[in-house]
Design a protein around this ligand. Structure first.
Ligand code: ADP
Ligand code: MG
Ligand code: ZN
Length: 482
C-alpha cells in the first residue's frame, strides 16, 4: 500500500502460547477447551500464600526461539510483577519480565517482492497469561460475567519487534514468518482462533524522509492475518488524515471493529510506570549457562527461511512454490519424502500444491496423517509419467485414492482406467468420429482449425477420457489434414 508523502511505522508485540504440558508456575494442565476452572490450583488462582515454581520447559522454549531469532540469550534474567487489576487476573499482578528479559537484540528476515528485509527483534520475554472472562446476557436482559481460570498462568513468550515495519504487508509477512518459526520449533501451535498466537500492533506515521517517529497508537488483540492488514491500513490512513487536518495523534489503545472496518479508542495508553513494575520476590533470577544454550542449540531444526533457500537452490523451484511447501515443516518433509521416490521436483510440487493440499484442507488433516503416503503419491505420479494413465485421470482419481487409501496402481487396474496408447484402437475411434461429422471435417479443412477441440472432445467421450492425449492429437491431425 502506498501512502503518498507519508509512511507508516509499526512495531509488533506478539504473544505466543507455549506447548508445554503444564503451566508456567504450577503443575496444572495447559490443555485448551476443558471444563471451566478444572485446571486450577491455589497458585494459578492467586490464593494468598501459594508460591510459584518456574517450569524449566518454558525457559528451554525461550532459549530455542531466541536462538532461532538470532538473539543474545541473557545469562541472568529476572521476573517482575506488572501490577494491574482485572477480574481475570486473580493476583492483581501479572508475573512477566521487564528490565532484564531472557532474550534481546535479534532479527527476523522477511522477503517482500523477492527482496529481503531485516526486522530487528527488541526482546523476548516469558510471562503468564490471564484467565478468561465470559460475558452472558439472559433473556430478561440482565447480564453477568463469569471467569474461567484454566488459562490463568499458562506460559507465554512475548516477542517485541523494533519499529522497523513500514507497511501492513510487511507486518503481515513478519507475523507469518514468526508464526512459521514458532511452529517449526514445535513450541507453539500457532492457532490464531484459539488465541495461541496474538498480536498487538504499535502504529505511527511520519513524512517520508523524517528521522523522528510520530506518536503511536496501539491496536490490541489482532487475531487474524486479514484483520491485521486491514486494521493497520485503516489506522495509518486515519493518522495521516488527522495530521493533514492539523490535528495530532494521541497515544492510546485502540480496538478494531471488523464489521465496520474501523479502529476506535478503547482507553488512554498507560505508561510503563503506571504498572509499578518491581522484581518478583517469590522467584529467583533465571540463570542460563552456555552449556544449556549449546544443548538447546543442537535441537534446532532447519528453519523455514533456510529450507526455502535450499529448495530453490537444490530443486530449482520458484519462490512461490517454496513459500507454500516450506512454510509448514511437515509438508516440507512430505514433499521431500515423495521426491526421494519420484525425483521430479516441479511435478511433485505442482501436485502437492493443488490436489494434495485441497484434500488436506478439506479435512483439516496434517500432512503426516495423510491417508495417501509419500510412497502412494510417488506411485500415482509414476503412473502418469510412464503413460499408464493420463494426467487428467490422475487428478480425477486422487480424491478417491485419498479417501480409500488404495494403491493407485491397483485402483487404476480395477477400474479399467488404463490410458489407451494403442494406435490402432485410437485410430478406429477417430475414423468413426470423422465418418459421422462430415460438416466439421469440411469446416476444419477449410481453415477452421479451432475445430480440433471438437474432435478431441468426441474421441475423449468415446474413450471416457482415457486416450493418450499426445498420441490422439498426432493421429487426429494426420487424418484430418491428410
Ligand atoms: P509498551 O509497554 O509501551 O507497549 P513495549 O516495549 O512493550 O512498550 O512495546 C513497544 C513497541 O512499540 C515495540 O514493538 C516498538 O517497536 C513499538 N514502537 C515504539 N515506538 C513506536 C513508534 N513511534 N511507532 C510505532 N511503533 C513504535
Ligand atoms: Mg505494549
Ligand atoms: Zn495451577
Amino acid at each position: 500500500m502506498d501512502y503518498g508523502d507519508y509512511e507508516g511505522v509499526m512495531g509488533l508485540e506478539v504473544h505466543a502460547h507455549l506447548l508445554t504440558e503444564s503451566k508456567i508456575f504450577c503443575g496444572c494442565s495447559t490443555k485448551f477447551g476443558a471444563e471451566p476452572n478444572s485446571h486450577t490450583c491455589p497458585t494459578c488462582m492467586g490464593l494468598p500464600g501459594a508460591l510459584p515454581v518456574l517450569n524449566k520447559k518454558v525457559v528451554e522454549f525461550a532459549i530455542k526461539l531466541g536462538l532461532a531469532l538470532h538473539c543474545s540469550i541473557n545469562p541472568r534474567s529476572i521476573f517482575a510483577r506488572k501490577n494491574y487489576y482485572y477480574p481475570d487476573l486473580p493476583k492483581g499482578y501479572q508475573i512477566s519480565q521487564y528490565e532484564e528479559p531472557i532474550c534481546g537484540n535479534g532479527w527476523l528476515d522477511i522477503v517482500m517482492d523477492g527482496k529481503t528485509k531485516r526486522i530487528r527483534i527488541l526482546r523476548i520475554h516469558m510471562e503468564e497469561d490471564a484467565g478468561k472472562l465470559v460475558h452472558e446476557r439472559t433473556i430478561d436482559t440482565s447480564s453477568y460475567s463469569m471467569v474461567d481460570y484454566n488459562r490463568s498462568s499458562t506460559p507465554l513468550l512475548e516477542i517485541v519487534s523494533e519499529p522497523d515495519l513500514r507497511t501492513p504487508e510487511e507486518a503481515t509477512a513478519y507475523l507469518k514468518a514468526l508464526r512459521d518459526i514458532l511452529m517449526y520449533l514445535e513450541i507453539c501451535d500457532g492457532n490464531m482462533e484459539e488465541g495461541s498466537f496474538r498480536c498487538d500492533a504499535n502504529v505511527s506515521v511520519r513524512k517520508k524522509g523524517d528521522e523522528t517517529f510520530g506518536t503511536r497508537a496501539e491496536l490490541k488483540n489482532l487475531n487474524s492475518f486479514r484483520y491485521i492488514e486491514r486494521s493497520l491500513d485503516y489506522e495509518i490512513d486515519r493518522q495521516i488524515a488527522l495530521i493533514k487536518k492539523g490535528g495530532s495523534v494521541v497515544q492510546e489503545t485502540r480496538l478494531f471493529n471488523a464489521e465496520q472496518g474501523v479502529t476506535y479508542s478503547m482507553r488512554g495508553k498507560e505508561e510503563a510506570h503506571d504498572y509499578r513494575y518491581f522484581p518478583e520476590p517469590d522467584l529467583l533470577p533465571v540463570t542460563v549457562d552456555e552449556a544449556w544454550v549449546d544443548e538447546v542449540g543442537k535441537t534446532l531444526p532447519e528453519l523455514p527461511m533456510e529450507k526455502m533457500e535450499r529448495f530453490m537452490k537444490d530443486y530449482g523451484l520458484p519462490r512461490y512454490d517454496v513459500e507454500i511447501l516450506a512454510s509448514d515443516r511437515e509438508l516440507a518433509a512430505y514433499f521431500e519424502a515423495v521426491l526421494k521416490l519420484f525425483p521430479e521436483a516441479k511435478t511433485v510440487s505442482n501436485f502437492i500444491m493443488t490436489e494434495f493440499l485441497r484434500e488436506l484442507k478439506d479435512g483439516n488433516i496434517s500432512p503426516k496423517d495423510s491417508p495417501v503416503t509419500p510412497a502412494r503419491l510417488a506411485e500415482l505420479l509414476t503412473l502418469i509419467k510412464d503413460g499408464t494413465i493420463s494426467n487428467k485421470i490422475g487428478k480425477e482419481i486422487f480424491p478417491e485414492i485419498y479417501r480409500t487409501g488404495a494403491s493407485p496402481r491397483e485402483y487404476v487396474k480395477k477400474k479399467g482406467l488404463l490410458q489407451i496408447s494403442d494406435e490402432g484402437a485410437i485410430e478406429g475411434i477417430i475414423d468413426a468420429v470423422i465418418a459421422r461429422s462430415p460438416r466439421e471435417v469440411a469446416d476444419f479443412r477449410a481453415g477452421k482449425e479451432k475445430l480440433i477441440g471438437f474432435f478431441v472432445g468426441q474421441v475423449m467421450r468415446e474413450t471416457k477420457g482415457k486416450a493418450n492425449p499426445a498420441l490422439l492429437n498426432e493421429l487426429l491431425l494426420k487424418k484430418l489434414k491428410g
